[in-house]
Design a protein around this ligand. Structure first.
Ligand code: ACO
Length: 370
């Protein structure tokens, strides 16, 4: 038995949800470029869950279901009030999502209908949790979700208490479309491993949030912004990046396990970053990002991934840096739950093997002699 480090190139399951073939990403066979230009996040959620684009009444029903289920149990809000104010936002989200199961009478009901209802609840409640957490830590009261608005609009409204501008809703909606699913990425794999034991959907999504948190996965978008802030202005980019590369440090937001010729999602976020920079009158983050890309791609051949330009996009939308990864989680909940439903549909325990590299033929030594 020989291990492949990081399971690179290992095909671990079949799936009909999303594909990456020759560098082209599709959701249910539809090119991500078409979806980014034409679909709303709710259409994508429907596509991932049901395998087809919704007609008008199906889309209206899903939008209503997401809106009707967006309230979070009062007990969970009370718990969030007890979290330390400076706690990591992904740790807070992970804890609150885990708590949701305690107040859902059907948390452990394994019927397909119940699992689909819980997927709707999770998708609906994540934005409410994140917005509530963001307000509570600033000493503000959480804002109840609005009825029948889009996930993007509702989230921005609950975060600020103000009606968001159309351009902000559009930009966030497109970011949600782009992050919704991505084949067998680390967090989705974590979700599938968890539920393949026939554990419940809340456990699956909680595992996924834990996996997304790391800077080699979803946590990279926050790390990109931390880097941009540290660099400060375009004048400092060259020396900062050259030093990092000379020290063999990773530049966050670059590289990908699967895409070697570029992440197809990055160009949409780059365009959005430029447009939002023009609208806000602050091109600094975009200009710095372009310079970083030129250096990193020029010297290392590494291309930006989905996380790189999403950092400047969210900053232009005045979203606090530590909410970037939770926003990724809002979007990816659609993909996680689609994969969990697919796993339940054709389940087998996921239990690979390890190549043993420890000592052998060791004698047991009694404690007195150690
Ligand atoms: N900056 C500098 N060098 C890099 C980078 C980077 N961002 N990414 C990879 N490399 C280098 C590595 O140092 C390594 O070089 P070496 O062979 O000389 O040691 C080589 O490229 C291969 O890198 P690995 O880390 O082995 O590649 P892997 O496929 O395991 O990792 C990953 C992919 C984790 C995305 C990696 O490119 C990385 O750490 N990027 C930065 C973090 C990031 O942006 N993560 C988000 C990914 S997208 C997502 O999850 C949503």
């Amino acid at each position: 038995m020989t291990a492949t480090k990081g399971l690179e190139g290992i095909v671990a399951t079949t799936s009909s949800i999303s594909s990456i073939i020759d560098g082209v990403l599709t959701y249910r066979g539809i090119n991500i470029d078409d979806l980014a230009e034409n679909a709303t996040f709710e259409e994508v959620v429907y596509l991932l869950w049901y395998g087809k684009l919704p007609n008008r009444s199906e889309l209206d029903q899903l939008t209503k279901d997401l809106s009707d289920n967006a309230s979070v149990p009062a007990e969970v809000i009370e718990q969030i009030k007890l979290y330390p104010k400076d706690v990591n936002s992904m740790a807070a989200l992970r804890t609150a999502v885990s708590s949701l199961a305690l107040y859902d009478a059907e948390a452990n009901d394994m019927t397909p209908e119940s699992n689909l209802r819980k997927a709707i609840k999770l998708q609906a409640q994540l934005p409410t949790i994140i917005a509530a957490f963001a307000r509570i830590r600033q000493g503000q009261e959480p804002i109840a979700p609005k009825s029948c608005s889009s996930v993007a609009e509702n989230f921005l409204y609950m975060l600020t208490g103000k009606q968001p501008e159309a351009i902000a809703i559009q930009a966030l909606d497109k970011a949600l479309v782009l992050h919704a699913d991505h084949e067998l990425n680390a967090s989705t794999f974590a979700a599938r491993v968890t539920v393949a034991t026939l554990s419940d959907i809340y456990s699956g999504v909680t595992s996924a949030i834990g996996a997304l948190k790391g800077p080699l996965h979803g946590g990279a978008n926050e790390a990109v912004m931390a880097m941009l802030e540290e660099i400060g202005t375009a004048d400092n980019v060259t020396s900062y990046i050259n030093d990092k590369l000379a020290n063999k440090e990773k530049i966050m937001g670059f590289g990908h396990r699967v895409y070697k010729n570029g992440d197809p999602r990055a160009k949409h976020l780059q365009k959005m970053s430029q447009e939002l920079g023009k609208i806000t009158g602050n091109m600094n983050w975009y200009d710095m990002s372009i310079q970083i890309e030129e250096i990193v791609t020029g010297q290392k051949g590494l291309k930006p991934n989905v996380d790189f330009y999403s950092a400047s996009v969210y900053t232009s939308l005045e979203i606090p840096r530590d909410l970037f990864t939770p926003i990724f989680a809002i979007s990816r909940t659609s993909g996680w739950t689609a994969h969990i439903l697919e796993q339940f549909d054709n389940n087998r325990l996921i239990r690979p093997r390890a190549e043993y590299t420890g000592p052998s033929h060791q004698a047991f030594v009694p404690i007195e002699q150690r």
